[in-house]
Write a protein that binds this ligand. Sequence first.
Ligand code: NDP
Length: 333
Amino acid sequence: GVRWGLIGASTIARQFMINAIRAQADGEVAAVMSSSSERAQAYARENGIPAAVSTLDALLGSDVDAVYISTTNELHREQGLAAIKAGKHVLCEKPLALTSADARSMVAAAKKAGIVFGTNHHLRNAGAHRAMREAIAAGRIGRPIAARVFHSVYLPENLQGWRIARPEAGGGVVLDITVHDADTLRFVLGDDPVEISAFTQSAGMAGGGLEDGAMCIWRFKSGVIAQSHEGFTTKFAGTGFEVHGSEGSLIATNVMTQKPVGSVLLRTASGEEELTFDREDLYTRSLRQFHAAIRGEGQPSATGEDGIWSLASAEAALQSSKAGKAVTIDPQL
Ligand code: NDP
């Protein structure tokens, strides 16, 4: 079996990841670490976790095989490096760190230590996105020309904390959501971005100089151009993902989400077709691939390199917004 230690008593672990671990035949949540021992104990009690600890050393010294890091973003780097040093497999939340250079140091350390390292980009695991990737790879829209990503949401009240108030914790919509759009575009298109231009805004929710909305224009290696919209402040926008090609268009609705929902329409000269796809829980699938990788079968669904790519993209978007010009995306891989 795989004994997991949770680093961070977080909402995402409570809502999705604990279930995803327990959905594996060989997955067990052995311990949780919070910076506060009261919070660790309460969280362990509420989620049926046998051990609660309040230091990283205690967690890494305990009998766990793998850790899931879902603390605030500024902590991922040091916690990730310590876990790697302790020989634990690491599934780390996005963004992997606050800078792509730091993310590279984590991925390099993991490689050297020979442990499995993954980034929790859940959207690659969505049936909708896999169906789009397969349709494109099979040539069903001809040559991809342009993509449009609609990923502006309303940040739920219970999450209106560090994301909109603490720049030092890696807040802001770009590190939160643009990273997902970068990864999903790469995955669906099977292509890498080379350049980005971004406008960001503070539309009334985020403080401390943080952005709560962004619009980005991307250029990919193949010549595909894309636009993406990320936001925390739009209650009624809905989400979507479109790829338009020389022979057809893929139009997915309600797919930039944590749940296995939404629809994908393929429109070509022969008419419209609703693509069918599996509705497996995204995080459960991610964990399954991670467990397989531990057994030496394949890679996590999103690797450390994928996490470097998404962070390098977000970093370039922030630089672009500040500088008022397009910026090259270079993950230095
Ligand atoms: P939370 O705000 O729920 O948790 C982050 C940290 O905040 C926790 O580690 C905890 O610290 C602290 N915290 C939580 N509740 C309290 C409280 N009541 N009082 C004081 N501190 C508290 O964050 P999220 O779960 O939303 O996000 C965590 C990470 O996961 C981020 O890196 C985020 O980017 C990522 N994420 C990824 C998603 C995905 O689908 N891939 C979705 C959502 C988030 P401590 O552990 O010390 O108790």
